[in-house]
Design a binder for this molecule. Structure first.
Ligand code: ATP
Ligand code: MG
Length: 434
């Protein structure tokens, strides 16, 4: 059975009513993106039953954070309850179709195959979608005439969804329709939302541009730019061969705090690479950040040495890997001791380096960055890890959120940034970090 309802569409979204493999809607808050796709999905369920659709987020902790409520509200508003059955975990749609709600991070390469028979995948908050998830999802939605929809508030230019729709796209690609929508394009934008907008406009302008106008997030005074660590806007592949591989480890265990962290960065060094096109003196290969009690840290060491060996192999390192450099403060002293006992090569990071203030360290790092000496590998660029309840790329977060002279710096985690500063100073400068 097929039934049509007359759902009004904001003019800005009209191009998305056409058929296309990839549909994107991005822009600032309250532009109507979520409501548009929710309604379009209901229309599609009526137009081509039995439709199977999946609503996706990168992370979906519970149904409460899905678009299920929004879709259910429209089912009621359009008096379609006789055709749709809203259940706890899913919505049954006409003629045996279904809408389900899932988080990409709950999927593996195996489990994602359960979505192969789906007609539509709608990714909400797609700015948080990892490259891995995007690459996993696109070929999975493979049914004839299937579509992938993405709605998002842009965050960084380098986010996978932005690269896919806005930067890597071939001109006039008929498979792709993408529109930018802002509050001013939303005919249902009301007084309450307008008051919220005007209040934000009086505050931080860069933040306003990001939140309301759909601009990229540029923290005011952000010191490091993503492009400086990329080659033509892309993270680099692992270099090979390289001179050597090494790692720096920074533990900031204060004891007793829930948010104590220990960070590590792995690097590859090519001393004379500057003269070779596409080769760089220092490449960040990998990183990690863990919440661990001081007493458990030594158990982590074997994994670190295994990883150093693996990276030496992958990068065809000419020398054996260098010692693990550890900041000999806090729990670092115990780690150095543990390495010595086991006979694993380790060195304390020179206190001349560790005692420098954060701003001076960042300033020193910037000198190498400005000379175009440092790159981040695609692996390190895409990786995400859970730390302090946040699953994200903590290396990029720490690096690109860093601001000089930040009076709140004690509230921020910058252990990975510290590891990067130490790594650059130890391999590209002298030990004093110059
Ligand atoms: N088609 C519509 N019919 C009725 N109201 C709408 C419609 N589209 C948008 N609105 C109104 O505009 C508001 C903002 O829309 P919506 O939540 O879809 O915006 P958004 O772009 O997804 O915002 P955010 O970026 O904050 O997620 C909604 O709360 C709703 O009140
Ligand atoms: Mg929304």
């Amino acid at each position: 059975m097929s039934r049509m309802v007359d759902i009004p569409t904001a003019r800005i979204f009209e191009p998305l009513l056409r058929k296309a493999r990839y549909k994107g809607a991005y822009g600032g808050r309250c532009s109507g993106k979520s409501h548009f796709f929710a309604q379009l999905l209901i229309e599609e369920c009526l137009r081509r039953p039995p439709l199977r659709a999946v609503c996706i987020r990168e992370v979906q902790k519970s149904m409460r954070f899905s678009v299920k409520q929004l879709i259910s509200d429209y089912i009621i508003r359009y008096d379609l309850s006789a055709l749709f059955d809203v259940q706890r975990e899913l919505i049954q749609t006409p003629d045996g179709g279904v809408i389900i709600f899932q988080g990409m991070q709950d999927h593996t390469a195996e489990s994602i195959k359960s979505l192969e028979g789906f007609d539509i995948a709608w990714v909400e908050e797609a700015q948080t979608l990892s490259d891995h998830s995007l690459k996993l999802l696109c070929p999975t939605i493979r049914k004839k005439d299937s579509e992938l929809w993405f709605s998002w508030n842009p965050n960084r230019e380098t986010d996978p969804v932005d690269r896919f729709f806005r930067h890597n796209r071939m001109e006039h690609d008929s498979d792709v329709i993408c529109v930018k929508a802002n509050y001013s394009d939303n005919p249902w934008f009301d007084e309450t939302m307008e008051r919220a907008r005007l209040r934000d406009r009086k505050g931080n302008l860069a933040e306003y541009e990001w939140i309301w106008e759909g601009g990229y997030r540029t923290s005011i005074g952000a010191y490091f730019k993503p492009e400086s660590f990329l080659e033509n806007g892309e993270a680099v592949r692992f270099p090979a061969p390289v001179d050597y591989v090494f790692a720096t480890l920074d533990t900031s265990l204060k004891g007793g705090y829930g948010n104590d962290g220990t960070a590590i960065c792995y690097f590859a060094v090519n001393k004379h690479a500057s003269s070779l096109p596409g080769r760089y003196p220092l490449t960040v290969l990998d990183w990690d950040i863990v919440e661990m009690e001081a007493a458990s840290l030594p158990q982590w060491l074997p994994t670190i040495y295994e990883k150093l060996q693996e990276l030496s192999f992958l990068t065809k390192s000419r020398e054996l890997s260098r010692p693990l450099y550890i900041e000999d403060k806090a729990a670092g002293c115990a780690l150095l001791q543990a390495c010595r006992t086991k006979g694993w090569p380790s060195l304390a990071i020179d206190s001349k380096l560790t005692s420098l203030g954060k701003d001076v360290r960042a300033f020193n790092l910037a000198r190498y960055v400005n000379k175009d000496m440092i790159r981040i590998s695609d692996h390190a660029w895409e990786k995400t890890a859970s730390f302090c309840g946040e699953t994200t790329n903590h290396l990029r977060k720490q690096l690109f959120d860093f601001v000089m002279g930040d009076t709140h710096s004690h509230n921020r985690h910058d252990d990975l940034l510290d590891c990067l500063c130490y790594g650059a100073a130890l391999s590209l400068g002298n030990r004093q970090g110059f």
